[in-house]
Design a binder for this molecule. Structure first.
Ligand SMILES: NCc1[nH]cc(CCC(=O)O)c1CC(=O)O
Length: 301
């Protein structure tokens, strides 16, 4: 039997995610082998925005796919640039997990109960803007590194709290560190957060098609199309969230300015469109532009 070689970044989270995909493929009769690929995003400790933002975590994995060193690459969907990659295809978006962000604070503190001037770590412009909007008094500290490193700054007392994705903590079995789950409605997260993308060479989608989960693909697609239409990259201050309820697609998105100013928020639905993700993304992004989104995205780029 042929072995499916699955490429992954080396971080603990990436290996956990890839391991889950490998097990799903094995359940369906495949034999798999994990191949660890170092990416520029892992090697460098420079601020993400200065590394060229879009795709620092994925370029090396894509090269490995294109030159045949691996057959499948597993990404966090929110790290994947929205532009299509020539020669490659997203063969599956598996069932998505929790899309929320979480506060992980010392002493069980929440966003409400953090003391004035508390030090909160994040490297994401969206999370910075959301923190400023909610708690202008906090001291926000730029923070990068893997999930363990970030949690370590709270354990050591260097920071009072960090903001992380629930999905990553869940996949690492670390949900016990969460002290405040941040409701998605006032706190929409990165387009595609909580979903994985299983990428293959174009034409080889069959390899992983069985793992595709339609609802997850369509909701993540609506969010990512909104981001693409706003011409905003993966580090842009854009939060978006879509759900499918009773066959209807709902999408809401917010764009944040540098002072925590929120442009707008939207919820729309369509019932009978052939491509509801595209239709909704077009309507939502047009409304955001009408309300000045272009200026906000430009101001924080
Ligand atoms: N940018 C890093 C990254 N990419 C995906 C996740 C979490 C898993 C996910 O959202 O699917 C994280 C960590 C975080 O934001 O806390």
């Amino acid at each position: 039997m042929t072995v499916v070689r699955i490429g992954t970044r080396g971080s603990e989270l990436a290996r956990a995610q890839t391991g889950m995909i490998a097990r799903e493929l094995e359940k369906r009769g495949a034999q798999t082998e994990l191949v660890i690929i170092a990416t520029e995003g892992d090697r460098s400790t420079a601020p993400l925005a200065s590394l060229g933002g879009a795709g620092v975590f994925v370029a090396a994995l894509r090269e490995a796919l294109l030159d045949g060193r691996v057959d499948v690459a597993v990404h966090s969907l929110k790290d994947l640039p929205t532009a299509p990659a020539p020669g490659l295809a997203i063969g599956a978006v598996p069932k998505r997990v929790d899309a929320r962000d979480a506060l992980c604070a010392r002493d069980g503190l929440t966003l409400e109960t953090l003391p004035e001037g508390a030090r909160v770590g994040t490297g994401s412009p969206r999370r910075v803007a959301q923190l400023r909007a909610r708690r202008p008094d906090l001291e926000i500290v730029d923070l990068r590194g893997n999930v363990d490193t970030r949690l370590g700054t709270v354990a050591s007392g260097e920071l009072d709290a960090v903001v992380l994705a629930v999905a990553g903590l869940d996949r690492l079995g670390r949900l016990e560190v969460v002290t405040d789950f941040l409701d998605i409605n006032p706190w929409p997260t990165a387009p595609g957060q909580g979903a994985l993308a299983v990428e293959v060479r174009a034409g080889e989608e069959k390899l992983v098609a069985a793992l595709d989960h339609k609802t997850s693909r369509v909701t993540a697609e609506a969010e990512r199309r909104t981001l693409a239409l706003l011409e905003a990259g993966c580090s842009a201050p854009v939060g978006a969230h879509a759900v499918i309820d009773d066959g209807l697609l709902f999408l809401s998105a917010r764009v944040y300015g540098p002072d925590g100013h929120i442009t707008s928020s939207h919820a729309l639905y369509v019932s009978d469109s052939k491509d509801p993700a595209t239709e909704l993304a077009e309507r939502v992004s047009a409304e955001l532009f009408d309300q000045g989104a272009a200026d906000l995205i430009g101001a924080t780029a």
